[in-house]
Design a protein around this ligand. Structure first.
Ligand code: GRF
Length: 203
């Protein structure tokens, strides 16, 4: 049986788009993207989801009123839709240990550096690439990992290195890492994890 995937997003959704395109091309045979959920109203990722014919949900922390209610609302949607795997694709909200324990082995994230460099609290978006350039590394990249209670601390699934080039700005480095690593790695990891879940029913 195909594993039922939910993609959680907060922004533009280019990683979501890479997943949708790969699925469309038959590259995720072990899984099926069932829904997209955003914690930000009006996120462009929701438009991408609808354009691909996927159910699109918004749950904000503010509307929910508390972290607990926020996570409960998300869990309700995931459970009602029989979700097997959660993919965080630029999802910027914090998830508690309760949540990550509940979905252990069934929740993965993409991070735009080679973990354990430039990761953890505060390292998101352009900050990651600013830090990499400030440190003067010559290679960065992307990592897909399981999600646990430690930010960017779960088991690594896939990594891909990308060169830092002279004259790079945080923006140019971000773009190269997306094009050369993130958009390739995340769909690959999605298929790998779905296949594993099919075989073992979990980690
Ligand atoms: C990506 O760089 C991803 O690695 C990070 O957030 C960004 C999301 O971009 N976690 P997008 O919304 O997928 O375009």
């Amino acid at each position: 049986m195909k594993q039922r995937i939910a993609v959680l997003v907060s922004g533009g959704g280019t990683n979501l788009q890479a997943l949708l395109d790969k699925e469309q091309a038959g590259g995720i045979p072990s899984g099926e993207i069932v829904l997209v959920l955003s914690n930000r109203e009006g996120a462009y990722a929701l438009t991408r989801a609808r354009n691909a014919g996927k159910a699109a949900f918004t749950v904000t922390r503010k509307q929910a009123g508390s972290q607990e209610a926020f996570e409960q609302a998300i869990c309700r949607i995931l459970e009602e839709n029989g979700i097997d795997l959660i993919i965080l694709a630029g999802f910027l909200a914090i998830l508690s240990r309760d949540f990550t324990d509940r979905w252990a082995g069934r929740i993965i994230n993409i991070h735009p550096s080679l973990i354990p460099s430039f990761c953890g609290a505060g390292f998101y978006g352009l900050h990651v690439h600013e830090a990499a350039l400030a440190r003067g590394v010559k290679v960065s990249g992307a990592t897909v990992h399981y999600v646990n209670e430690i930010p960017d601390g779960g088991e690594i699934i896939l990594q891909k290195a990308v060169s830092v080039l002279p004259g790079d700005t945080p923006e140019t480095l971000q773009k190269r890492i997306m094009e050369e690593a993130e958009w390739i790695l995340l769909p690959e990891a999605a298929e790998m994890v779905c296949r594993k879940l099919q075989e073992n029913g979990g980690k």
